[in-house]
Design a protein around this ligand. Structure first.
Ligand code: AMP
Length: 278
C-alpha cells in the first residue's frame, strides 16, 4: 500500500493512474476505522481498479467547543485494516487548507434541517473538504455511508450542481450486535451510556414495525419514538424527524420514499442514526 502525505504527491499519483487507463475508487474518512468504514473500502475495491482511502480529521467541519482536539486517531492500524480490505493508497495529509483560505461550498437548503440546526457550519465544512478531496484525488467513484444520510444527500447535490463528474455510491449502515450504528464517536461512551445507546436503533425498529403494520401519521410515529426514549434517563433526544428522501421536506403521512432520522446526546457524546421507511 502506498502512503501519500501531500496534495502534490496525491495529484501526481492520480494523474499517472489515469494515464494508465485505471479507474479510481475513493473513500474519504476521518480515521479510527471500524467495520462501517471498511465496508466502503470493500465496495470501492469492487467498483474500481485502485482504491484511495483518505484519513483526515477536517477542522472546518467542527465548531468551536466540539471534539476536534480529542477526536480518536489510530492511523497505523487504520492503514493496515484498509489495505486488508483492498485499499491501494492511503492519503493522509497533515493539512488541506492553504494560508488565506476563504472559499467554501454552501448547499443552500439541504444543510439547514436535522443536524444543520445544532451544527449550522458543519455541512459547509463537509461539502468544502469533499470538493477539495475530489479535486486532488480525481476519483471516478466515491463511496459514502448512509449512516450520515444528510451528508450523503448533500454530497450528491454538490456533485450534480458543480458538475464534479464523480459517481457517488451510498452503502448500508453497519451495526454492532445490539443494533448500535458503528461510529468512531462510540469510543467516547461510558459503560452506562453505551448500554443506553441501543435506544436509537430500538426506536428505528419500533417505527419501522409500526409503519409496516399500517401506521402512517408522522406525529404518532414521532410520539412513539419519544416515549421510548423516555425509558433511557441518560439519553437526551435532539431530533426525531420523518422526511422525504429526495427533497428532505417534512412529511405528515409516511409514504414509500421517506426516512426517519434521529440525533441524541448521551452525556457529552452526540449520536445520530436513521432508517429508510418503505
Ligand atoms: P467518518 O470517518 O465518520 O467521517 O466517516 C467516513 C465514512 O464512513 C462516511 O461516508 C460515513 O458515512 C461512513 N460510515 C461511518 N459509520 C458507518 C457505519 N456504521 N456504516 C456505514 N458507513 C459508515
Amino acid at each position: 500500500m502506498k502512503i501519500i502525505r501531500t496534495k502534490e504527491g496525491m495529484r501526481e499519483w492520480s494523474r499517472s493512474c489515469r494515464a494508465q487507463g485505471k479507474t479510481i475508487g475513493f473513500v474519504p474518512t476521518m480515521g479510527y476505522l471500524h467495520q462501517g468504514h471498511l465496508s466502503l473500502v470493500e465496495e470501492a475495491a469492487r467498483a474500481a481498479d485502485e482504491v484511495v482511502i483518505s484519513i483526515y480529521v477536517n477542522p472546518t467541519q467542527f465548531a468551536p467547543g466540539e471534539d476536534l482536539e480529542v477526536y480518536p486517531r489510530s492511523e497505523e492500524e487504520d492503514l493496515r485494516k484498509a489495505q486488508e480490505k483492498g485499499a491501494t493508497v492511503g492519503f493522509c495529509p497533515s493539512s488541506l487548507y492553504s494560508e488565506g483560505y476563504q472559499t467554501n461550498v454552501i448547499v443552500e437548503e439541504l444543510i439547514k434541517p436535522l443536524c444543520g440546526v445544532s451544527r449550522p457550519t458543519h455541512f459547509i465544512g463537509v461539502a468544502t473538504v469533499v470538493t477539495k478531496l475530489f479535486n486532488i484525488v480525481r476519483p471516478d467513484t466515491a463511496i459514502f455511508g448512509k449512516k450520515d444520510y444528510q451528508q450523503l444527500a448533500i454530497i450528491k447535490r454538490v456533485v450534480e450542481d458543480l458538475d464534479q463528474g464523480v459517481t457517488i455510491v451510498g452503502m448500508p449502515i453497519v451495526r454492532e450486535a445490539d443494533g448500535l450504528a458503528m461510529s468512531s464517536r462510540n469510543a467516547y461512551l461510558t459503560e452506562a451510556e453505551r448500554a443506553q445507546a441501543v435506544a436509537l436503533s430500538q426506536v428505528l425498529d419500533l417505527v419501522r414495525r409500526a409503519t409496516k403494520n399500517g401506521e402512517r401519521a408522522s406525529h404518532v410515529l414521532r410520539d412513539m419514538a419519544l416515549t421510548h426514549f423516555k425509558k433511557f434517563p441518560l439519553l437526551q433526544p435532539e431530533y426525531v424527524e420523518i422526511r422525504d428522501r429526495e427533497t428532505f421536506e417534512l412529511v405528515t403521512e409516511v409514504h414509500d420514499r421517506c426516512f426517519i432520522a434521529l440525533a441524541a446526546k448521551l452525556g457529552t457524546t452526540r449520536l445520530i442514526d436513521n432508517s429508510e421507511l418503505d
